[in-house]
Write a protein that binds this ligand. Structure first.
Ligand code: DC
Length: 237
């Protein structure tokens, strides 16, 4: 069967990674979480003291960049986990200190150029589901299937609040909503690789969808593009 590249972009906490992982599992494709790569570089910068308070010494990061190796390995559940220089850092890259600083790192052109090159290399044989912000616009502008996932800021903040509270963090809805809006602004206004919908991307608004509905819609688009099942005309939800 024809192997393709599937680019899933969109706002944070819109449900991209849940849908992308599910599609990779259903199709046997490799799932690549590009946000994890920006997070891993950020973790390296924190651990090597490149941040003082919230200021980043960009020059130190530029010099160190060739020494930062990011890879993925499967766990027992078959999920992909992120490694930094050979050590599994999946848990550490999800922590708040990384989340609060990653936007600064992701805005640096030399970081983006290095990671985009690596992502293109990882997808060169196709058969990948890649999720991020600039996959359909910069990394793989010729991807056969592009999806832009969004949801209202309030719904996304509510989902994030539940995730954080489940981890035992005490946060208010207002703080989470502010953070969601701030990240939207940072992601969509940076000069290099800003978050925007590719002209030929299908748009999926998950505000009123269940997880199962989002996953089913994405699988249907995959079948439509690869011709593996007769399905109805493409439609943005
Ligand atoms: O998807 P995420 O929340 O794990 O992404 C972490 C950060 O990395 C977020 O600030 C957006 C940024 N990012 C990016 O700029 N480009 C990508 N392709 C993926 C993520």
């Amino acid at each position: 069967m024809k192997r393709i590249i599937i680019a899933i972009d969109g706002h944070s906490s819109a449900g991209k990674s849940t849908m992308a992982k599910d599609l990779a599992r259903q199709t046997g494709y490799t799932y690549i979480d590009t946000g994890a790569m920006y997070r891993a570089v950020t973790l390296y910068a924190i651990r090597h003291g490149f941040f003082s308070e919230d200021r980043l010494d960009e020059e130190k990061l530029r010099v160190a960049l060739p020494d930062i190796r990011i890879s993925f390995q499967g766990n027992e559940a078959g999920e992909s986990e992120t490694c930094l220089n050979g050590v599994n850092v999946e848990k550490e890259i999800r922590a708040m200190d990384v989340a609060n600083r990653v936007s600064l790192v992701a805005a640096l052109p030399f970081v983006r150029q290095a990671l985009v090159g690596k992502q293109q290399e990882m997808g060169k044989d196709k058969g990948v589901v890649m999720d991020g912000r600039d996959i359909g616009t910069v990394v793989f502008p010729d991807a056969e299937l592009k999806v832009f996932v969004t949801a209202s800021p309030e719904i996304r903040a509510f989902r994030r609040l539940n995730e954080l509270r489940n981890k035992g963090e005490k946060v208010s809805f207002h703080d989470v909503l502010d953070n969601v809006k701030h990240r939207d602004l940072m992601d969509s206004t940076r000069k290099e690789g800003p978050l925007r919908r590719a002209g030929d991307a299908l748009c999926l608004d998950t505000s009123r969808l269940t997880e199962a509905e989002g996953k089913a819609w994405l699988l249907e688009q995959y079948h439509r593009i690869t011709g593996s099942l007769p399905v109805s005309e493409p439609e943005s939800l």
